[in-house]
Write a protein that binds this ligand. Structure first.
Ligand code: AQP
Length: 334
């Protein structure tokens, strides 16, 4: 039986990258009738400093974004991670299964910790082990993510595999990453070699789901490009990261292939392509932005939805955690 789990950190304003790489896929999976569980992973967000008031706001805003993008809290389970204690508890058990050597190979830790890794939190280092717990506490089989999370889902497979091997069981299924669509890695609008990210210090590097039409148009107009016109084949995008990124975004938003987008704009200047891209982005995002702001007007209702989701999530997670503890040899009296 298939079960989908995924999550996003409430570490700032959602970007077009999060939308195309993750949330849009989440909605498709929900709509295809699979059992879907989507989490606001607040315990992951605090691996780097979060101001408490901002964290509360970002958590509600991410829940609002999920719903505004089409997730339905009656068809999917929507909740925030810190309300279901099984995540943190299984995360500890997995800290004792995962190997230091595995963690040392995680490229996201190296990117986020930067040169001064001594100053990074222990939580940032252990993050992939908690992520494995997020997935496996639901015995989820499929995990829709953007390209950057592939290595972490593979680590979750390694942890599940080692747990099963060490304890001579088939307890945890090996989860599969689902990385699909034309924009599995949306790049920064200022630098085509860097991922578009919520926490990039430059606001011009990304499009946020809360940006209004003028801001979106301005950011696309200012997006870095090279001076050449658009090529006449997809291969012509090689070595042109900024051009490739904008074409990929256009393809993902329009539902066309990159080849079709190239066929439409071959030989044209970015001065013509960018306004068309801006129109497309505004048409897709402005209903979402409007719905998010309606939802944010009633934070108590968002909290109610998250609480209800957390109850349903805990009912699934707790027996799986209890079973893992039995396998490992913990005594339970209740
Ligand atoms: N640029 C991107 N293109 C495609 N997919 C992306 N994702 C993130 N950036 C892109 C996908 O969004 C989901 C949520 O990511 P996350 O919140 O867990 O953290 P992240 O991957 O570290 O994303 P950000 O936006 O870069 O956040 P910060 O700046 O806080 O680190 C994942 O499925 C991810 O692949």
């Amino acid at each position: 039986k298939h079960r989908v789990f995924s999550g996003i950190q409430p570490s700032g304003n959602l970007t077009l990258g999060n939308y195309l790489g993750a949330v849009k896929r989440f909605v498709e999976m929900q709509d295809s009738g699979i059992e879907t569980i989507y989490c606001v992973v607040d315990l992951h967000a605090i691996t780097v400093w979060q101001d408490p008031e901002k964290l509360r706001h970002a958590t509600r805003e991410l829940a609002a974004a999920y719903i505004a993008c089409g997730l339905d809290p009656t068809r999917s389970i929507l909740f925030n991670q810190s309300q279901v204690s099984a995540h943190a508890e299984l995360g500890w058990l997995f800290n004792c299964v995962a190997r230091l050597g595995w963690m040392n190979r995680m490229t996201q830790f190296k990117d986020k910790a930067g040169k001064n890794a001594e100053k990074a939190s222990l939580g940032l280092y252990a993050y992939p082990s908690l992520m494995a717990a997020d997935i496996l506490t639901y015995q989820a089989t499929h995990v829709p993510v953007g390209e950057d999370q592939k290595q972490h889902v593979e680590l979750a497979r390694d942890i599940a595999g080692k747990f099963n091997h060490d304890y001579g069981t088939e307890y945890f299924p090996l989860p599969e990453p689902i990385i699909e669509g034309a924009a599995t890695r949306v790049m920064s609008l200022r630098d085509g070699t860097k991922k578009m990210s919520k926490s990039d210090p430059s606001d011009l590097s990304r499009i946020n789901l809360t940006d209004d039409a003028d801001t979106i148009a301005k950011k696309i107009k200012k997006a870095k490009t090279d001076p050449e016109p658009l090529p006449d084949s997809v291969d012509g995008l090689d070595g042109r990261p900024e051009a490739k990124n904008l074409v990929s975004i256009y393809a993902a938003l329009s539902g066309k292939s990159k080849a079709d987008v190239i066929a439409e704009f071959a030989g044209q200047q970015f001065g013509a392509f960018k306004p068309a891209l801006a129109d497309l982005a505004v048409a897709e995002l402005s209903p979402i932005t409007a719905r998010m702001s309606d939802l944010m007007a009633d934070p108590a209702e968002i909290d109610r939805i998250l609480g209800d989701g957390a109850d349903r999530a805990a009912a699934l997670a707790e027996p799986v955690l209890a079973g893992a503890k039995d396998v490992m040899g913990f005594v339970r009296s209740r």
